[in-house]
Design a protein. Structure first.
Length: 188
């Protein structure tokens, strides 16, 4: 099955999850993240602005602010498939862009050097226990991660864990996956 077909199937399976169950699972995942040494020891954290049916990241950003962390969020530049991270102090810095994603408005935000990011929370649709992920397409994160030496974590519902994925030479695994059922150290 192609990655495109897998993305479609995975999105369909996530969209049928019960709303209250999703909220409870997000809470469990958030709590595990906040208790992790990766979170506790990172001052600058990169995370995307989620939209359903993804694990909710809005509360994660708010918690980072409460703890005095520098929270940075990406903006996609499709011409060169590049992600640029901007410091987020307030949700009013966001604008809706491609695919109704919320991204930082560069006119209201300051770009950060990727070397200052200690922890990247990497999004995806499906994951293997070895840390490989099925992204949303475009290869933005694989390009970014190929030059990144910091800590990577993905947040996933147990339903997003799969036995295998088609893996290509440029696919970059994450180091840890936190699900509603626990933590998976991938070694990536």
């Amino acid at each position: 099955m192609s990655k495109k077909e897998l993305r479609k199937l995975q999105l369909q399976s996530l969209k049928v999850m019960d709303h209250t169950e999703v909220q409870q699972k997000c809470f469990r995942i958030e709590q595990s993240l906040f208790e992790s040494p990766e979170w506790k020891n990172s001052n600058t954290v990169a995370v995307t602005i989620s939209k359903p049916p993804e694990v909710d990241t809005w509360n994660i950003i708010k918690r980072g602010w409460e703890e005095g962390k520098t929270m940075v969020v990406p903006k996609c530049f499709p011409k060169n498939h590049e992600l640029v991270f901007y410091e987020l102090h307030d949700f009013v810095q966001l604008e809706q862009s491609y695919f109704n994603l919320y991204e930082p408005d560069p006119d209201k935000s300051t770009a950060v050097n990727n070397k200052t990011i200690e922890l990247i929370i990497v999004p995806g649709l499906a994951y293997t226990e070895t840390g490989y992920r099925l992204g949303f397409g475009g290869g933005y994160y694989d390009r970014l991660l190929s030059a990144y030496s910091g800590i990577t974590i993905s947040l996933a519902f147990e339903e997003q864990m799969v036995g295998t994925l088609p893996i290509e030479s440029f696919d970059m695994p994450v180091g840890t996956i936190i699900t509603d059922k626990g933590r998976i150290d991938c070694g990536g």
